[in-house]
Design a binder for this molecule. Structure first.
Ligand SMILES: *Cc1c(COP(=O)(O)O)cnc(C)c1O
Length: 405
């Protein structure tokens, strides 16, 4: 029995690359200065390190380093983008358009904005998880100030048609914001080419440290500004005050440099492993892949094992394999994933889904073991299940009248 622990939950957080940790360490010790201290070498060294990281990050997404605003993570970046645009552009309008499948950091910011008097349109997605471009265009009014659509979904890996969305926003003269947390560092992302004006991402989803994130804010054509949500010393061009997290920023810079050098080859390696995992698991009957398999991140698969309850299934192997059912943020409750519900899955299929997200440290042996253990778990659960037995006997489960509850 192989008792290794296998981590297939990289969409929740990635391990920090040891090369990133090595780059950070001096900034806890001898180079501990405050990047805003202008009067001595400690401050200068810290400022230089921040400048260097800003360049590394800007290079990865092909933008000007002055367009990088440091935050504490993607949640804060999403809040700053949405609330900051809402406040800054309130004279132009109060309407924001987003998707039902966005991350909670976007959806809950939108709810807050509704309480402040804003109007939010939450667009549906189709059964593959994609936005309908005609519906998007039709939803834009003369009160619309912002469209916020994520790059790649955290639960399914589905990638939205960013260029087409950017073109619609440009044509209609509205700002385009994207939570690109799951895409940056894994696939090439170029906001300028896609017409994205604000873009959020975070260190700990790309082998950097936790607690540091970025909001890209376009500086020219158009010059975009957001109202600060955290006031203080006027750091980060007045958009986000607070002493910079120098070690974290250095780590995020290093993570971006590594991603830039390695992500193309890494994406090929991971998609091959992901495909192997899918092929292995889809040997099981009544197994469905959720989301558009043609527009997807290379390292993610979300699979429903029909008539198997996902949380129970996970218990059969979670001593060995870390995955998630639904999204990590809501898995404390047993609500089915709102993302999968938005794709039109019934409660049963949504409840039976598992997200596997591979990463830089996933090996071929990990995938072999995952296929074996998950397959055994599914078979075991189904062997115990009266519903599965009825299904095998040919009972039409949709026609069964279950007793009232
Ligand atoms: C993880 C995640 C976030 C939150 O990022 P933090 O840095 O943990 O705040 C936001 N959006 C998406 C799509 C994510 O996957």
């Amino acid at each position: 029995m192989d008792n290794r622990l296998i981590y297939l939950d990289n969409n929740a957080t990635t391990p920090t690359d040891p090369r990133v940790v090595d780059a950070m360490i001096p900034y806890f010790h001898q180079l501990h200065g405050n990047a805003a201290s202008r009067n001595h070498p400690f401050g200068w060294a810290a400022e230089e390190a921040v400048d260097n990281a800003r360049n590394q990050i800007a290079d990865l997404i092909s933008v000007d380093p002055r367009e990088i605003i440091f935050t504490s993570g993607a949640t804060e970046s999403d809040n700053l983008a949405l609330k900051g645009v809402y406040e800054m552009y309130s004279r132009k309008g109060n309407h924001i358009i987003t998707l039902k499948t966005e991350h909670k950091a976007v959806l809950d910011s939108c709810k807050r904005i509704e309480k402040m008097g804003g109007e939010i349109t939450y667009l549906d997605v189709n059964d593959k998880g994609l936005v309908n471009l005609e519906e998007l265009e039709a939803a834009i009014t003369d009160k619309t100030i912002l469209v916020s659509i994520m790059f790649a979904n955290n639960e399914t890996g589905v990638i939205q048609p960013m260029k087409e969305i950017g073109d619609i926003c440009a044509k209609k003269g509205v700002l385009f914001m994207s939570d690109a947390t799951q895409a940056v560092g894994k696939i090439p992302v170029n906001p300028k080419e896609l017409g994205i004006h604000l873009m959020a991402f975070t260190g700990h989803k790309m082998y950097g440290p936790k607690g540091v994130g970025v909001l890209f804010v376009n500086r020219k054509n158009p010059r975009v500004k957001v109202t600060a949500q955290i006031d203080g010393g006027g750091h980060e061009r007045g958009m986000r005050s607070g002493t910079l997290n120098v070690p974290g920023i250095v780590g995020m810079g290093k993570a971006c440099a590594l991603a830039q050098a390695e992500m193309i080859d890494e994406a090929k390696r991971l998609s091959a492993l992901r495909d192997k995992l899918e092929t292995g698991l889809c040997q099981l009957e009544e197994t469905y892949i959720n989301g558009d398999v043609n527009n997807r991140m290379p390292h993610v698969t979300n699979i429903s094992f029909k008539h198997v309850e996902g949380e129970g299934l996970m218990m059969t192997f979670n001593q060995n394999i870390g995955v998630s059912s639904g999204s990590a943020c809501t898995s404390a409750s047993l609500e089915p994933s709102y993302v999968l519900i938005a794709l039109g899955l019934g409660d049963d299929l949504a409840h039976s889904s598992i997200r596997f997200s591979l990463g830089r440290f996933t090996t071929d042996e990990d995938i072999d073991l995952a296929i074996k253990q998950v397959s055994e778990g599914v078979t075991h659960m189904r062997d115990l299940s009266p519903i599965w037995e009825m299904y095998k006997e040919g009972v039409d489960l949709d026609a069964v009248q279950w007793s009232a509850h």
